[in-house]
Write a protein that binds this ligand. Structure first.
Ligand code: NDP
Ligand code: GDR
Length: 324
């Protein structure tokens, strides 16, 4: 039974990846950080089947201990300060978690499990002000936020440890991927949750920033399969993962509101508070290499994804009401 160690197991991707690896027969060990509460909502249904160890990307010794104890065959580094907007208000912390945290983890792996395979969660935010469209593995990076800058560092330190020390380390450059487990601060979930609350008469509007930016949105459940496939390749390399299609935030609103028979124009208000100091205007992947070499393709389409999220948010609010 192979062992996988997942940082960020309590996050959106970590929960789907844990499910996916358990179904493949892996022993799954998840790193969680100390908190005054135990926010394990996304993995509550897996809690008896995964092992949790306490460690933090800020703390080198805890990472060393976690790897020494777990003896992983595969390490998936999904932990990060992952919200782009927060990276302008907490730029140093974002750099510590999202950039230097990766070096700490690679150092721990180099010392405690040099034969393990390592996955780094790279991001389409690294392309930022895009140099070509669509974006592929060879597209140069031009990050537009402290988060994007931190991810570029994390990407290159992963390449560097592969080339310097022969570690089997790969980066998946993943475009936006969403699900009913997406954090409420990200725009897809913010919109689908608002649609649910408006449809149920709990509120009448939602405040958004820039409606014209374009994103390549896929389903998180499909993307964790790509992570695993990357680590099974005999030679470590980096891959772009996305759908190859792109939509504006405005189109996202149209899709989500019209599903419940609502007109987004009557409910979406502009708020300068949600406009970013620098924006990433257009992202769209060229995932052809992943298709050819990994046999990976997205299964869930944009419309199906948005409807799945609206349905889930409606059900959650109905259940909360019933419980009161
Ligand atoms: P989430 O924000 O849902 O999850 C982030 C995880 O990181 C949480 O489990 C969080 O733990 C953990 N974490 C944060 N800081 C630390 C720390 N100092 N030490 C240990 N753990 C920490 O992110 P996603 O699941 O959406 O994304 C997973 C990864 O993929 C991230 O690195 C993200 O930047 C990257 N990515 C995401 C994309 C997306 O569209 N979702 C696209 C491309 C890249 P806690 O629960 O305690 O907060
Ligand atoms: P992103 O996702 O920054 O692409 O990063 P997010 O959903 O936060 O923003 C997408 C776009 O929507 C615009 N927008 C708003 N965004 C939010 N969050 N809230 C609003 O009110 C709002 N109004 C408009 C944004 O300006 C932006 O253009 C996500 C994260 O998961 C990263 O960790 C990951 O690396 C990238 O995707 C790929």
């Amino acid at each position: 039974m192979p062992t996988a160690l997942i940082t960020g197991i309590t996050g959106q991707d970590g929960s789907y990846l844990a499910e996916y690896l358990l179904a493949k027969g892996y022993r799954v060990v998840g790193i969680v950080r100390r908190s005054s509460t135990t926010p394990y909502d996304r993995i509550a249904h897996l809690i008896d089947r995964v092992e949790l160890v306490s460690a933090d990307l800020l703390d080198q010794t805890s990472l060393m201990d976690a790897i020494e104890d777990a003896k992983p065959d595969e390490i998936y580094n999904l932990a990060a300060q992952s919200f782009v907007a927060t990276s302008w208000t907490q730029p140093v912390l974002t750099g510590e978690f999202t950039a230097l945290g990766v070096t700490r983890l690679l150092e721990a792996m180099k010392r405690a499990a040099p034969k393990a395979r390592f996955y780094q969660a790279s991001s389409s935010e690294q392309f930022g002000m895009v140099r070509e469209t669509p974006q592929k593995e060879t597209t140069p990076f031009y990050p537009r936020s402290p988060y994007g800058v931190a991810k570029v560092y994390a990407h290159w330190i992963t390449v560097n440890y592969r080339e310097s020390f022969g570690l089997h380390a790969v980066s998946g450059i993943l475009f936006n991927h969403e699900s009913p487990r997406r954090g409420l601060e990200f725009v897809t979930r913010k919109v689908t949750d608002a649609v649910a609350r408006i449809a149920l008469g709990m509120t009448d509007h939602v405040e958004l920033g820039n409606l014209e930016s374009r994103r390549d949105w896929g389903f998180a459940g499909d993307y964790v399969d790509a992570m695993w496939r990357m680590l099974q390749q005999p030679t470590p390399d980096d891959y772009v993962i996305g759908t190859g299609k792109t939509w504006t935030v405005r189109e996202l609103c149209e899709e989500a509101f019209s599903y419940k028979g609502l007109d987004y124009k009557a409910h979406v208000r502009h708020s300068a508070k949600h406009v970013r100091p620098a924006e990433v205007d257009l992202l769209v992947a060229d995932p052809s290499r992943a298709k050819t070499e990994l046999g990976w393709e997205p299964k869930v389409e944009f419309r199906e994804l948005i409807r799945m999220m609206v349905d889930s948010d409606v059900a959650a609010h109905v259940n909360t009401r019933a419980a009161k």
